[in-house]
Write a protein that binds this ligand. Sequence first.
Ligand SMILES: [Fe+2]
Ligand SMILES: [Fe+2]
Length: 141
Amino acid sequence: MGGPSLRQLHAHHAIHEGGLSGAIDKTEEVEQLLQAGEFEVARQAADHLVDYWVTRILSHADAEEEGFYEEMAGDDPQRRLSVVKLTRDHDILRLIIADIRQELAEEGMTPEVMRQFQALIVVNAIHSREEERLLLEEPRG
Ligand SMILES: [Fe+2]
Ligand SMILES: [Fe+2]
């Protein structure tokens, strides 16, 4: 699984950048709707944003765990440890998204939901940077 594009730094980086910039744009939209007092539309936009995280970002994470990580780790103990850490990052994203879904279902749009959406952006940006550094960049030195 994965295909050659995951193994190539520039192609993989482009997937990360595209996913992140879409999430940032959509998060800003939700915030602007809230500021405008459009609570119903903001709620719908928040549901779409959750879908975006699942279909664009979590599906990428799932694909990596279905073979790419294993392939990149091989028998190298350092890389095997990196893959464990990177998989935990994916789990953190999944946990935050599950919390957002629960909060939206039980409380609707709250300031906590917006904090969680912002947290996703930060965690995902750090994760992508670390993934590229640990698995795809040439070792320096
Ligand atoms: Fe990843
Ligand atoms: Fe990735």
